[in-house]
Design a protein around this ligand. Structure first.
Ligand code: ZN
Length: 305
């Protein structure tokens, strides 16, 4: 081997070795930061939201970094072979690229199909572990869907009726204090009834029939499984619009305007009442916001919360 070629090979080995160390370290840091943030959250609901948004993303990043570390490390092996000819340099390079790609591919399959099931179990544990009443230290009780309505205001009930949103109401039996937690269907993976993985998620929601004062409406929720591609439709009856008392809110024009803008990703609405009350609502689609305000009746919302 000529001297310049030898220099290049030496430099290559050194940079691949340190490169693999850096990638490995970065992979560890990503994971350590994730778990430090997760463990730093005190509240189970906060942990739930944080894990459902970040856990898979962070693990995926970690695996990409590990694939890079592996590929680079393999490029430092058997330097003695190169003395037999530079062609072996390219053979080794190709083999390591293939190895790193296979690792990345297998890891991405695991993160896409197996990991969501594991995560769903963890999230269920976070969601259904009895909450502790702050003042008394008592374990609180989770109310059933039927029982909880009495503790949800009109706006929250409308949301539960019209979207893939779930409210959990925890009650302290002694004091009657309640704690309300909101879970978004778009974030919650369900068990697929065909493949059994927890990879079934809400894809979109559509109002098939708008509820009027005289007739019930119909909401169709579309689910899709990212593993077996099962598509599921579930329809839900939307209750008739409340009695004629109290002025109904018209769909605000601004909602109709943004509903035509496809680049909107998130909508946060603050509703201010004449007595200084402020209500906050979050929507993922303009369609949700639009439907919500069609159902929304400010006079029936419990402002005392
Ligand atoms: Zn499936």
């Amino acid at each position: 081997m000529s001297e310049s070629l030898q220099n290049f090979v030496d430099l290559w080995h050194v940079s691949m070795f340190y490169g693999s160390l850096v990638a490995l370290l970065a992979a560890i840091i990503v994971l350590v930061i994730y778990y430090a943030q997760y463990l730093g959250l005190k509240n189970l609901k906060e942990k739930y939201d944080f894990a459902s948004l970040n856990e898979i993303k962070k693990h995926r990043t970690m695996h990409i970094l590990l694939a890079i570390a592996l590929g680079m490390y393999l490029n430092t092996l058997r330097p003695d072979l190169l003395e037999k000819g530079f062609v072996l340099f390219f053979i080794r390079l190709s083999v390591t690229i293939v190895a790193a790609t296979i690792y990345g591919y297998v890891a991405s399959l695991v993160m896409k199909f197996y990991y969501p099931t594991k995560l769903a179990k963890k999230l269920n544990r976070l969601r259904y572990t009895p909450r502790i009443h702050e003042a008394s230290g008592n374990k609180m009780k989770l109310l059933s869907e039927e029982e909880e309505d009495a503790y949800l205001d009109e706006g929250q009930q409308a949301e539960e009726d019209a979207f893939a949103v779930d409210y959990d109401v925890w009650i302290d039996a002694e004091s009657g204090d309640t704690k309300v937690e909101k879970y978004m269907g778009y974030l919650t993976a369900l068990e697929c009834d065909r493949c059994g993985f927890y990879t079934l998620k809400v894809e979109k929601e559509e109002i098939e029939k708008v509820a009027t004062e005289f007739e019930e409406g119909e909401l169709v929720t579309h689910y899709k499984c990212s593993y077996c591609n099962r598509i599921k439709r579930q329809s839900k009856v939307i209750g008739k619009k409340g009695g004629s008392s109290g002025a109904k809110t018209e769909t605000p024009e601004f909602v109709e305007q943004i509903a035509t803008t496809s680049s909107v990703t998130h909508i946060h609405v603050e509703v201010h009442g004449s007595n200084g009350e402020v209500l906050n609502y979050e929507f993922q689609t303009t369609h949700q916001a639009e439907t919500f305000f069609r159902e929304f009746d400010f006079s029936k919302v419990d402002h005392s919360r």
